[in-house]
Design a protein around this ligand. Structure first.
Ligand SMILES: [Zn+2]
Length: 248
């Protein structure tokens, strides 16, 4: 899971969503009204396509799920579920792109809270998940740094075996891809370099690439990349970081 930057929506869409929120707030049964409106033809034709396009632009790689990073994001997820808070059904800051497995089968209406009532799940659009989750590159698994990290791993099954295998594969493949990108830059072949940059970032589980850059610059990097001196040099190269982190 990686940090997502939220883009602004067109003012007309925001106005329309504010009107819908007002409608929900004044309904006799807000949850029922919120679900009706979300499925309404006008919303499906005028609001949801705008949300979907914006979320696809924000999503990592090729429109990947913002939770698992592996599958295509097919669903608009209400981070705080409609059942829990219908007033956030049309709140743009409550929308994330998720795959149907993460959204409909794993998270569903789950929204665990800490004892003080604050949400336990990590919203990657409002904070950096790296504060709560550490990706072990060698093992391909997420380790929890906080209770919130633990809840997020549990709800989304972030260490399910297919994700672990995908991360290990991405870790292995990214190392030679970085070398190819560097070779293309040194040859002055910008088109080829752009092709390798896309190959790096458009992989599923792009969280591996983010973790590689993040961990290469953090204390303990020599231990993490102990048998990969060349990769560590590439990941710390200011030219590579300046170009590839901007692309990603
Ligand atoms: Zn997913």
């Amino acid at each position: 899971m990686i940090r997502i930057s939220r883009t602004p929506l067109p003012p007309a869409t925001l106005t329309s969503m504010a009107d819908h929120t007002d409608d929900v707030a004044h309904a006799a049964v807000p949850g029922k009204r919120a679900r009706e409106l979300w499925r309404h033809t006008t919303v499906r034709k005028q609001v949801i396509p705008v949300l979907r396009t914006a979320l696809a632009d924000m999503a990592p790689g090729l429109e990947r799920c913002m939770y698992c990073g592996d599958n295509q994001g097919t669903d608009i997820d209400h981070f705080e579920p409609v059942r829990v808070n219908p007033l956030r059904t049309f709140d743009w800051t409550n929308h994330l792109l998720a795959c149907s497995l993460c959204n409909s089968h794993l998270k569903r209406d789950l929204f665990p809270l800490a004892r003080d009532g604050t949400p336990l799940l990590v919203d990657p659009s409002s904070e950096d998940p790296a504060r709560h989750l550490h990706l072990s590159l060698a093992a391909g698994v997420y380790l929890d740094l906080t209770d919130r990290g633990a809840a997020t791993i549990e709800v989304f099954h972030l260490n399910r075996s297919i994700l672990v295998r995908g991360r290990l594969r991405a870790y292995r493949i990214t190392r030679p891809l970085l070398s190819r990108w560097r070779d293309a830059v040194e040859r002055g072949d910008t088109a080829d370099a752009a092709g390798w940059a896309n190959a790096i970032w458009e992989q599923p589980t792009a969280d591996v690439v983010h973790a590689m850059f993040h961990q290469a610059a953090a204390p303990g990097a020599e231990d993490i990349f102990a048998d990969q001196t060349e990769t560590l040099t590439l990941l710390r190269d200011p030219v590579i970081r300046g170009a590839l982190l901007r692309v990603g």
